[in-house]
Each structure stands twice: as C-alpha cells, then as structure tokens.
Write a protein that binds this ligand. Structure first.
Ligand code: NAP
Length: 263
C-alpha cells in the first residue's frame, strides 16, 4: 500500500483526487491538507466518512503522518514550498499544480538528489492531452508553422497553461526556431498575436464553462491540420494521477511529463 496525502484537498482538483485515491487499489489515503481545513475527507466528496479530517499545516502533516507520496493541486504561489517541504521529509511529490518556473524545477531536481527522494510533475494528467503533445511533436517535423490555442475556466491563475508550454517545448525539439506570419506584421492592440515561444504563438482563452482544452493548428501550403483535446470534467485527469502516485516511488530524481510513465 502506498500511503498518500493530498495537498489542496478542498479545491476543485483536490476533491476529485481525494475521491480517486480513496477508490484506487494500492493507494491508502492517510491525510489531507488545505488552507481551509476542517472537513472529513470522505464526506467532503460524497463518500462515507473516513475519520481523516483536512489539516491546515502541511509540514506538521508530513511529520506525523509519514506518507510515501504527497499529491499537490494547490496554487502557483504555494506549490514550490510544498514540494520542497515534502522532499525534506523524504515524501515523494506528485505535482499537478502548474506555474513552476524552470529555475524552481532545477532546484526541485537537486533536492530530489540531496534527499534521495523521487518526484513527479505533469502539466497535464489527461492521457488524451499527452497524446496530443506527442502527435504535435510528430506533425511539426513536416508542418513547422504552428500556433497553439489553450482554453480554460476563468478561475485559472497562470497563462499560458502548463500544457501549452510543454507542447511548445516538445514541438521545439523538432522545429527550428523561426518567426511566423508576415515579417512586417504589427499589433494594433498589444497582445493580439499572443505569447511568442521561438516564433510559435500561444493564445490563452479564459471563460466560464470551459474545463481544460487545447488546439494545435499547423499550417502548410494549401492545407491546415488541427489537433484538439478536450477535458470534459476533472475525472479525465484521475487515471493519470493514480498511475503517477503508484509509480513515483520507483522513479529516480525528478521526472516531468506523464508520457514518461507510459510504454
Ligand atoms: P482550486 O480549486 O483553487 O484549488 C486549490 C486549493 O488549494 C484551494 O482549496 C486552495 O485554498 C488550496 N491552497 C492554496 N494554497 C495552499 C497551500 N499552501 N497548501 C494547501 N492548500 C492550499 O484550484 P484547482 O482548479 O483545483 O487547480 C489547482 C492547480 O491544479 C492549478 O494550478 C491548476 O492549473 C492545476 N491543474 C493541473 C492539472 C493537471 O493535469 N496537471 C489539471 C487541472 C488543474 P484557497 O482557495 O483558499 O486558496
């Protein structure tokens, strides 16, 4: 049994994770943490009471619960210190929270080595989104002019999404950096062409009603190719989260991306 605590347990993703962990073979929920605290982890998500209440102090929970794994779905400004605290206690983090900088990921990778504790980060835990990224990298070899449109609910804090950034990074592995569009183009309203990643443009839509969606559009002579993924609800992420929680302790160092855990 892998002993798991959930950080950000009262949030939208945290509640879905609580339920998934309680229902998953091989995982045992031993605790939960959220700045809000209080509720029983079972009744919070409409399951029978577990007798495990959501705590507010992560460091204290890590010390007295001694879990194997901490699953974190909190906020971009909280995730880094949560991960560092987990590693210090030799607890393996499984991180879904987006917004970690490259520098923070480097520090986490070093902390994994220093504490001899593996960690796992995935910008997107939905298998379809992972396939989209892999297919996009393949398509970019042949159609290197590409733009990314990501669409999320309007409570999301960071932009562009972690998935969009990882998609751009994977495309950049096979695409030579180059400017796209008219060399003389100009913006009549600042930001009209979106973010620029090595000449690829990334557009972020934030509207109520969306969960997490992404289109990658490739343009070629007389043709376009669009690859699109839609997460219809938060359950779409749960098989990936459960897989990572089961596997993280057998990894070495910091692993980034769900595709690394698939065949
Ligand atoms: P959310 O509903 O705001 O949930 C975050 C929860 O964490 C809230 O209850 C929040 O409390 C709490 N929290 C804030 N700081 C904390 C801390 N230091 N320690 C413990 N708990 C803390 O957000 P969400 O929609 O669940 O999304 C959470 C994160 O997951 C976001 O970064 C989002 O982009 C990411 N996400 C990733 C994936 C993926 O597949 N990787 C999928 C979906 C979402 P307050 O509300 O009081 O601040």
């Amino acid at each position: 049994m892998t002993k798991v605590i959930v950080s950000g347990a009262c949030g939208r993703m945290g509640q879905a994770v609580l339920k998934a962990v309680q229902e998953a073979d091989g995982l045992q929920l031993v605790g939960a943490v959220d700045v809000r605290g209080g509720a029983d982890t079972g009744t919070l998500v409409g399951l029978p009471a577990t007798g495990i209440c959501v705590e507010t102090d992560l460091v204290a929970a890590l010390a007295h619960l001694k879990p194997d794994v901490m699953i974190d779905f909190t906020r971009p400004d909280a995730v880094f210190s949560n991960v560092m605290a987990a590693l210090k206690h030799k607890v393996s983090p499984v991180v879904g929270t987006t917004g970690l900088s490259d520098e923070q990921k480097r520090v986490i990778a070093n902390a994994c080595v220093e504490n001899e504790t593996p960690a796992f980060i995935a910008p997107n835990f939905a298998i379809g989104a992972v396939l989209l990224m892999v297919l996009a990298r393949q398509a970019a070899k042949y159609m290197p002019d590409v733009e990314i449109i990501e669409l999320h609910h309007d409570k999301k804090l960071d932009a562009p999404s972690g998935t969009a950034v990882q998609t751009a990074e994977m495309i950049a592995e096979v695409r030579k950096a180059h400017k796209q569009g008219n060399p003389h183009e100009f913006e009549k309203i600042a930001g009209a062409r979106g973010a620029d990643y090595e000449g690829m443009h990334i557009h972020s839509v934030r509207l109520p009603g969306y969960v997490a969606h992404q289109e990658v559009i490739f343009g070629g002579l007389g043709q376009t190719l669009t690859i699109r993924h839609d997460s219809m609800n938060r359950e779409s992420f749960m098989p990936g989260v459960v897989l990572a929680a089961r596997k993280v302790c057998s990894l070495t160092g910091l692993t980034i991306g769900l595709e690394k855990l698939l065949d």
